[in-house]
Design a protein around this ligand. Structure first.
Ligand code: NAG
Ligand code: NAG
Ligand code: NAG
Ligand code: NAG
Length: 231
């Protein structure tokens, strides 16, 4: 967010000039910034596998820097650095492919933060330049939503379903209530209706139109995050 403050007595023209001057400066600066970013990011590629893990599991990251894409770096001079949320991380293994690509591989053992950003940098004139940045998250599988109860609201024929759910996975989770005609075990449900809820909303209402009256219907709730789902 950028705010420009005008002096109280400035004419419209002065104001426009002020904006233009500010925007001109801004444009120049962002061009420079973009060029720098473009240079560093065209310079290599960061991959993190997986970017979301079970709390305490290992993460592997790899940063590949093709020699011809880093014109500012001279061959044989590439030094890759890793930072986790700003702290230098030692222990990466760096080697060179026959095509000149420099690869740095890093394993983070027992990742025990809920979130952190992992950055790969190349050292250029003694200053680390960012090549790639990736957010890493750790958490747990969602717990099962429990105690689903559904009640038909006569006379409106709305179906109100509610459940209990504990959001303890540390990860963004989506909740969906599903309904289908007579879902049997080992059978794919058919004529499925669904309703999305937020983690803190423990109910859904199906309007009459989506329900088939006098039919046996099954309902279930699923909780899903980046690591999996539970129902
Ligand atoms: C480095 O990591 C990449 C990507 O995970 C992998 O394909 C490659 O085999 C790794 N190299 C070594 C020497 O571990
Ligand atoms: C996370 O792991 C580091 C290194 O293994 C350890 O020093 C630190 O105490 C751990 N933190 C938590 C919250 O478990
Ligand atoms: C299940 O949900 C109903 C209705 O919300 C509630 O009255 C009941 O106490 C819940 N049962 C358990 C075991 O949480
Ligand atoms: C629920 O969310 C999923 C994923 O965002 C979406 O594909 C689906 O259409 C939504 N369903 C309803 C009934 O809004």
């Amino acid at each position: 967010m950028i705010s420009v403050r005008f002096p109280g007595d400035a004419s419209v023209q002065d104001r426009t000039m002020a904006v233009c001057r500010n925007w001109g400066w801004l444009l120049g600066c962002s061009m420079l910034l973009l060029l720098l970013l473009e240079w560093a990011q065209a310079c290599g590629k960061l991959t993190v596998d997986p970017p979301t893990v079970l709390f305490g599991e290992n993460i592997r990251a790899s940063c590949a820097i093709p020699s011809n894409h880093c014109r500012m770096l001279k061959d044989g001079e590439i030094e890759v650095l890793w930072k986790l949320s700003g702290e230098l991380l030692p222990g990466a293994q760096q080697y060179q492919h026959s095509d000149g690509t420099t690869v740095s591989n890093l394993t983070i053992n027992h990742f025990n933060r809920t979130t952190a950003s992992l950055g790969c940098y190349v050292l250029w004139n003694g200053t680390p330049q960012l090549v790639g940045l990736q957010t890493i998250n750790a958490g747990y599988l969602p717990s099962r939503p429990k105690n689903l109860t559904c009640m038909m609201e006569i006379p409106k024929y709305k179906l109100m379903c509610q459940w209990d759910f504990r959001q303890d996975s540390l990860l963004p989770t989506s909740i969906t209530l599903w309904g289908s005609k007579n879902k049997k075990p080992c059978q794919l449900p058919y004529d499925v209706i669904s309703c999305n809820a937020s983690v803190n909303q423990h109910f859904c209402i199906f309007p009459r139109l989506s329900l088939q009256l006098y039919q046996v219907m099954s309902f279930w709730v699923s909780a899903t995050n980046a690591l999996g789902s539970a129902e």
